[in-house]
Ligand binder design. Sequence first.
Ligand code: G3P
Ligand code: MG
Length: 248
Amino acid sequence: MRTNIIAHRGSRSTHPENTLEAFSEAIRVKSDGIELDVHLSKDGEVVVIHDETTNRTTGVAGIVAEMSLAELKELDAGSFFSPNFAASKIPTLVEVLELLDQVGFNGILNIELKTDKTAYVGIVQKVYRFVQAKSRNYSVVYSSFNYDTLIEMKKIDDQNQIALLFETNNRNLIELDGCYPVEAWHPHYKWAKLRLLNEVPNLPMRVWTVNDSDDIRYFIKAKVAAIITDYPERALEIRATMVVEEKV
Ligand code: G3P
Ligand code: MG
């Protein structure tokens, strides 16, 4: 089984995270998948940004849930990364889905629902509706740190693929399996490294955020389903080298 390379917030190491530019770059380097984060604006639009607040990625203090889409669109979501990206904007989920259609993306789209700090009533239904409205060539995985959100997504349509995100907890894989009926686990890499020493997961694991070259090699060798990385190009190169090495 090949370990898929999923670009975390787009190609975050080379472009401003969660922007159309970062997703385009992830597609250009032929990432197997793209991960993005969604929140709801004050007027109920599904927007793609990591934080609940706008300060870190736009330099303007604000709370996403208290700002309209028009207000969010005024912000510069690229200069914090580099002045070359001063024109980058916070995209809506629909804009990202349109980009994926335009380029004929056929990988994995991992939509992380950021409901662990803010409830965002109605976000699950909206996200599902937007995704379903597209005739997609790609598969969709919904992930969240909030298990209730995932259950909500599953109840809407039992074909929905859900994956539980977690950072560190004391549960081992068997306990997790019994607690959470999901299709995959998305653990933090430190937890995964520790557990994989002794246990074989019986569900696909997509590990985040794996940036160090040795860690990338480690998880590819461990045959995890995917790594979620800020460095998709680097990870793809490493994987290609490992395939060649295996054949020698
Ligand atoms: O989905 C993996 C990863 O994105 C989870 O953490 O904080 O980067 O959204 P975060
Ligand atoms: Mg995320």
